[in-house]
Structures are given as structure tokens and as C-alpha cells.
Design a protein around this ligand. Structure first.
Ligand SMILES: [Zn+2]
Length: 260
């Protein structure tokens, strides 16, 4: 590719002449394209989401309800305003599975990498922790630092399916460390979760004779507050604009339509 660039003839630089005759060199378009291609390759975007874009979201979900349309508008505003207007704030997409939360998140990530030269990476929450844990247990010197550093220092992190893990102190400490470090450095994180953005389910009764409190908690739908704890949930609300999505599973609907 480099050898065949007709503009810079492979040097990666092109000379620009200003109206006053002053000449200076700047990176050639081909170099920026190569860098974007490399960043995209390192972004770990899952194959099934490789072709996602904000425009294709509109096509797939065109008969969507208001919450889905609002989510798309917020995603576009975020991508357009990044990084000046977003100021390190991220997005927290909530809603049941199949509404396209991951589609929107990946689309933003891809567009910032290809159009803005940003760096970014996609991780399922569980997969990221599994990887970090495996590296810790092997005690590969420096390897966990390298992975952690890449996750903390990239311009945009997408953390998919937050809370879909086996809870432990280590998991939550590690997750908060990553999110706090990014936020403190003004770096946005986009998070998706199937759990409802609600406080801990109020099932504990103050009446010690209330034998049904436990049963009520058991049937209530688990909330984000239940899973990640109130402190972290409120911290997430500080770090992210919450985008609540409602509706039925689009993939299910498509399946029903095709096999009816
Ligand atoms: Zn060139």
C-alpha cells in the first residue's frame, strides 16, 4: 500500500505549500488510513458486529419505539461530540438483550477509530476479567500491566455485558479500578448491561417476622444495584449518560418472521 501511494510515493509525508509560499510536511492520508486500519484491527471487535454502523442500526430497527430512537440519537450525539463535548463522560446502555445495545456501542467505537483516528477496544466484562485473572495466576511478569494499561489508556473502552460475571471482591475492585482510572483521566467508557438501572431491590423488610421478604426478593428481577452494589451503580451514573432502552428482542422478531 505504502509503495503505491501516488501522493507521497511511499514516504508517508506530503509537502503542503501555504499561500505565502511557506512549505511544510504533514502526514499523508495513506499513513492516517494505515493507522486507522491498525487501530481497528486491535479493537477486538467481535466478527458478528464487524459490519455494524449507526446507519445500519437505523435500518435494522426502523420500526422501533421511542426509547430505541432516542438511544440512536444519543449515540450519534456522542460520536459527533467526542472527545471535546463528551469530556470523559461515557454511555451506559441498559435494557434486555436483543435491543441492539452492543450494535450501538460497536458502531460508535468503529466510527471514532476510522473517522477520528481514535484508539479503542471492545471487551466483554467477563472475558476481560477472565483474561486478567489468568495472567495474574500465571504470574507472567508485566503481562497484566500491559493488558490493564491498554484497557485504561485507550481513547474509548467498550465494556459489554457489565455484571455478567461471578461476583467477587477482586472482580469489583478490578472493575472499579479500571473505570475510575479512565474517568479520572477524562477517558470515556461505553457500558452495556441487561440489568435494570435500579437500586438494590427493596425486599428486605424491617419487620423480623416478615417471612415473605426473602421470597419477594427471589421473584423480583435482579437489578444493577443488586449485582454491582449501590456504590458502584451511583458512580456509574456519575461517569455515564444512562440510556434506557425498552422493547422486544429484535433478533427474536426477525427469527419469527423468517420461519413463520
Ligand atoms: Zn501517501
Amino acid at each position: 500500500m505504502q509503495d503505491h501511494c501516488p501522493i507521497c510515493e511511499g514516504s508517508g509525508l506530503r509537502v503542503v505549500q501555504q499561500p505565502d509560499g511557506h512549505r511544510f510536511a504533514q502526514p499523508c492520508e495513506c499513513r492516517l488510513l494505515r493507522r486507522a486500519a491498525r487501530n481497528l484491527q486491535q479493537a477486538r471487535i467481535p466478527r458478528r458486529y464487524e459490519l455494524c454502523s449507526l446507519d445500519s442500526y437505523e435500518t435494522v430497527h426502523k420500526s422501533a419505539n421511542e426509547s430505541i430512537k432516542a438511544a440512536l440519537r444519543t449515540a450519534r450525539r456522542f460520536a459527533d461530540g467526542f472527545p471535546i463535548e463528551t469530556e470523559g463522560k461515557g454511555l451506559l446502555f441498559t435494557g434486555s438483550s436483543g435491543l441492539g445495545k452492543t450494535h450501538l456501542s460497536v458502531s460508535i467505537l468503529k466510527s471514532l477509530i476510522t473517522d477520528r483516528g481514535a484508539t479503542g477496544v471492545f471487551w466483554e466484562h467477563k472475558e476481560l476479567l477472565d483474561n486478567l485473572r489468568a495472567i495474574y495466576s500465571l504470574r507472567t511478569a508485566g503481562a497484566e500491566d500491559k493488558l490493564l494499561k491498554s484497557v485504561i489508556t485507550c481513547d474509548l473502552l467498550v465494556l459489554d455485558d457489565l455484571g455478567d460475571i461471578t461476583p467477587s471482591d477482586w472482580s469489583w475492585d478490578t472493575t472499579s479500578y479500571i473505570l475510575n482510572s479512565r474517568y479520572n483521566e477524562n477517558r470515556s467508557t461505553i457500558i452495556t448491561t441487561n440489568l435494570a438501572n435500579e437500586p438494590r431491590a427493596a425486599a428486605s423488610s424491617s419487620d423480623p417476622n416478615d417471612r415473605f421478604a426473602e421470597a419477594r426478593r427471589a421473584v423480583a428481577r435482579e437489578t444493577l444495584g443488586d449485582r454491582i452494589g449501590e456504590r458502584m451503580r451511583s458512580r456509574l451514573q456519575e461517569m455515564c449518560v444512562v440510556v434506557e432502552m425498552q422493547g422486544e428482542d429484535f433478533r427474536q422478531r426477525v427469527k419469527r418472521a423468517s420461519f413463520a
